[in-house]
Design a binder for this molecule. Structure first.
Ligand code: HEM
Length: 370
């Protein structure tokens, strides 16, 4: 019997594919926080400054404003690893020249810089004194820059699967690739990022509750509504983009390789739905519901990453690249890679433990005089 995708591929290809999928999933977690978080902060920014921006009135928005710049650096850092692996895996369809030699894809760099600065501006104290119009403009600007980057990745992905237009596009140095699935696909990413973002923010708020922050049942329910609406809209836009794909791509979604992962992603959606409904009923930040929502979000993200690759494997002659993958695996960098991976993982764990220890000391210390 033919083995299950991706276990039917040779070991070196499987190795790079798994590393690619896992690192891309990490990128998506950060991306979800930033994409949906900036959207949320921008929407509430339309309200009055005292209500929109303060920790007391709007703890979700305040938490997001504090953490968005950090999470944004996470998006970029966590994007590097899949960017390296995707080039080894697909070579021609995705190679550095895509990004480095072409102004169109390089345009994401200034967009990232602008978004970074605007997120810091959103975090600044002084912004609450600004006129509402300026405040909203900062949020909209950050969202537009981040949306442009997401749009570019989706555009690049759809183009790389369009064999008929891929070569003329680069030869004629065209700037924009148009596809009717592009907009619904971007909206699917945006809507789908909301439940993951809300899950992370609710964990953060739960931790802040232990440090004395009051999170009202109203605020918890706002999080539930956003997450549930996000799940529903993601399913709607996902279906819309599926219906607009070329027949070959559509066929790839239903085949034996991708079907199990479509199921995994849907199970994740159902688990998240149950978790957010449970949270709504309890109207408090429940650990059990948040654990279920986190597990559901991880299943959905991993399922979607695998479906993306099953589709790409069906559209590209990956078998012709097996030799390249084997040659790359022979290059001797694997041990060095694993060594640096272990060293960096240890440093990150050490940083997290050090911050946790200092936070505990901070909580134990008597309050400082103002
Ligand atoms: C806030 C900025 C960013 C956003 C909103 C974003 C969003 C996205 C989205 C929506 C996708 C999926 C595209 C699709 O399948 O339709 C994607 C894929 C990807 N992103 Fe990001 N991204 C951002 C920044 C970055 C950066 C800075 C890097 C690299 C350093 C990066 C690396 C990747 C890679 C490698 C993929 C997979 C590409 C592929 O498989 O074809 N991203 N990103």
């Amino acid at each position: 019997m033919e083995s299950f995708f991706p276990f039917s591929v040779p070991a070196p290809t499987l190795f790079y594919l798994m590393l690619y999928v896992l690192t891309l999933a990490v990128h998506f977690v950060f991306m979800n926080y930033v994409f949906a978080g900036t959207f949320y902060v921008t929407i509430v920014g339309f309200g009055r400054a005292d209500v929109a921006l303060t920790r007391q009135h709007n703890p979700i928005a305040a938490m997001l404003r504090d953490w968005l710049p950090f999470a944004f650096s996470g998006v970029i850092t966590a994007g590097v690893a899949p960017l390296l692996f995707v080039q080894i895996l697909y070579k021609q369809q995705f190679y550095t020249a895509n990004l480095l030699l072409f102004h169109r894809w390089m345009a994401i760099v200034p967009a990232l810089i602008v978004a970074f600065y605007l997120l810091y501006l959103l975090k600044s104290r002084s912004i609450s004194d600004w006129p509402a119009g300026w405040r909203v403009a900062v949020g909209v600007g950050a969202l537009a820059a981040i949306g442009f980057v997401g749009y570019s990745w989706s555009e690049n992905h759809l183009l790389s699967l369009d064999h008929r237009r891929w070569v003329p596009f680069f030869v004629e140095r065209q700037w924009f690739y148009r596809h009717s699935a592009l907009m619904p696909r971007l909206l699917m990413w945006l809507a789908g990022s909301v439940p993951t973002m809300m899950t992370i923010v609710c964990w953060q708020l739960r931790s802040a509750e232990r440090r004395g922050l009051k999170v009202s049942s109203w605020e918890v329910r706002i999080a539930c509504v956003w997450a549930l609406v996000g799940l529903g809209l993601a399913a709607l836009f996902g279906t819309m983009q599926y219906l607009r794909l070329d027949p070959a791509s559509r066929g790839a979604f239903g085949d034996r390789a991708s079907a199990p992962y479509v199921v995994v992603a849907l199970v994740g959606v159902v688990l998240q739905g149950i978790a957010w409904l449970g949270q709504w009923r309890g109207a408090r930040l429940s650990r059990g519901c948040l654990l279920l929502a986190s597990a559901g979000a991880m299943l959905s993200i991993l399922g979607i990453c695998m479906v993306r690759e099953a589709e790409r494997f069906a559209r590209i002659d990956v078998a012709a690249l097996y030799e390249n993958h084997a040659a790359a695996a022979e290059n001797g960098g694997r041990l060095l890679f694993l060594l640096f991976f272990a060293v960096n993982a240890a440093i990150i764990v050490w940083c997290v433990l050090a911050v946790r220890r200092d936070l505990k000391l901070d909580r134990a210390a008597p309050p400082r005089a103002e």
